[in-house]
Design a protein around this ligand. Structure first.
Ligand code: F0G
Length: 469
């Protein structure tokens, strides 16, 4: 991949920014972490942020804003209707997406809820490469069916594919041939978060779009990480090397009829989102729902200053030095892990490294939640907070029974512009240390859990009395 430094002869990854404002992080002792984890019921979601040294729980809303964004916030116009902040926000989103109606929302799932409320009927089907959890939940909340159609390669962590986030176009064709009347729209998630932060190729966007047009079905992008996806296209897809990430993003949006966005990712801000639509009639229904739940259409649940931070952030997310450094530091951590035989989803994605805990801790059965145990051990050993994407998150079935998730993963998601290369080196050190003691890691059992979304609040205990034997 492209180097992340000034001159190709230098290989050191350097951040393309310097630091103007700092936030201390707190060092804890192993004994303190042990007590904190026990008090948290062995659930990293229950930890106090103060007890975490490096927080990789999510890349959503956790990034650092630039001095230009902070300056823009001071220009925020808090008028209830028709604010100048909205004009700047709308111009920024239209400049990238070219879409006609732009509705700000407080975050991504609000845009999803409005789209689903405006476009879906019970029993409808919404295909995607892979729906993110909140998108799936919003589709199911109106009685419709969310269908994932990823590539077969996406199910195998170690299989290399430059665009492992692609949708299976043949599977989509079959679904549309059979059930076109039940499909109000198709979605594409860029990058494919649930599949490992893997990108979707322009060729795939074009093919899915052509198929949707043939069947007269609108195509929507879940574009949270559109800038990272655009940069992967530049690096990996023939014909895009000399195009800018902005030009690539513009082409990608040119193939779709609408988009939902969590601007807490590639909007480079701590809160925000939008719904963008071309269709006037659908937009009218969405506008009504927006007013009902979020606010007047020129602020949609956000302050004027949030809109201004986003208007600047959308552009910053597309800057090449930033994207090069971001993707390269994640790739670098992946390389360090692979060199030490620590299994991960390959290739590394745009916003996170996904550890294959099922393989690393193959001595722990799925019923003892190996990925959950690994996530706890990363905290105990290094003060690192990560998130399990495995049988705790997905194992409980609607009828109350348990079924192992297809993969036991731990996601290390990188907040944007927040940690430095020395933090990444520290992470590598912690992970290598845990890799070397993998045989000593023990599983966990659930002590108490709510019936739905149990990972957020369940309490656990180690099956053998301690996590590390
Ligand atoms: N779509 C994708 C692909 C996402 O990754 C997320 C959020 C959303 C939609 C929902 O956006 O949180 O602003 O309402 N992902 C976060 C994560 C929570 O940690 O991956 P939201």
């Amino acid at each position: 991949m492209a180097r992340s430094s000034v001159d190709p002869q230098f290989h050191t990854i350097i951040e393309p920014f310097r630091i103007k404002s700092v936030e201390p992080i707190r060092f804890t002792t192993a004994a303190e972490r042990e007590r904190a984890l026990e008090a948290a019921g062995y659930n990293p979601f229950n930890l106090h942020a103060d007890d975490v040294l490096i927080d990789l729980l999510t890349d959503s809303g956790t990034g650092a804003m630039s001095s230009e964004q902070w300056a823009a916030m001071m220009r925020g116009d808090e008028s209830y209707a028709g604010s100048r902040s909205f004009d700047r926000f709308e111009a920024a989103v239209k400049g990238i997406t070219g879409l006609k109606h732009i509705f700000p929302t407080h975050q991504g799932r609000a845009a999803e809820r409005i789209l689903c409320g405006a476009a879906l009927e019970p029993k409808d089907i919404v295909p995607s490469n892979t729906h993110f959890d909140t998108t799936r939940a919003n589709i199911e909340a109106v009685g419709a069916v969310a269908v994932d159609l990823p590539l077969p390669e996406a199910r195998h962590p170690e299989v290399l594919h430059p665009f492992k986030g692609n949708m299976d176009v043949d599977a989509l064709r079959l679904l549309l041939e059979e059930d076109r009347d039940r499909v109000p729209f198709v979605m594409l998630t860029v990058t494919n978060n649930s599949g490992g932060g893997q990108p979707v190729s322009m060729e795939n966007v074009r093919a899915v779009s052509a198929l949707c047009r043939r069947f007269g079905v609108p195509l929507m992008l879940d574009c949270c990480r559109y800038a990272e996806n655009a940069y992967f296209i530049k690096l990996r897809e023939p014909g895009y090397q000399d195009k800018s990430p902005r030009e690539i993003a513009q082409e990608m949006f040119g193939y779709v009829d609408g988009a939902t966005m969590s601007a807490k990712k590639d909007g480079m801000a701590n809160i925000g989102g939008f719904l963008a639509l071309n269709d006037d009639e659908l937009a009218q229904r969405a506008r009504n729902l927006l007013i009902l739940g979020e606010g007047f259409p020129t602020y949609g649940g956000l302050a004027g200053y949030d809109l201004d931070a986003l208007a600047v952030g959308f552009g910053e997310a597309l800057e090449e030095p930033y994207l090069r450094y971001r993707l390269r530091s994640i790739e670098y951590l992946g390389e360090r892990l692979l060199a030490a035989d620590i299994p991960i989803i390959q290739p590394t994605g745009g916003h996170a490294v996904y550890l294959d805990a099922g393989k690393l801790l193959s001595h722990i059965p799925a019923s003892q939640y190996p990925a959950w145990a690994l996530s706890c051990v990363l905290y105990l050993v290094g003060g690192v907070r990560s998130v399990e994407i495995g049988s705790v998150m997905f194992g409980r079935q609607p009828d109350g029974s348990e079924k192992a998730a297809p993969l036991e993963l731990v996601r290390l998601a990188f907040p944007r512009r927040t940690y430095t290369q020395s933090h990444v080196d520290y992470l590598a050190e912690v992970l290598l240390h845990v890799g070397a003691m993998r045989d000593r890691v023990r599983g966990v059992r659930i002590v108490e859990a709510p019936p739905v979304l149990r990972h957020f609040s369940a309490r656990f205990e180690p099956v053998d009395g301690a996590l590390i034997g």
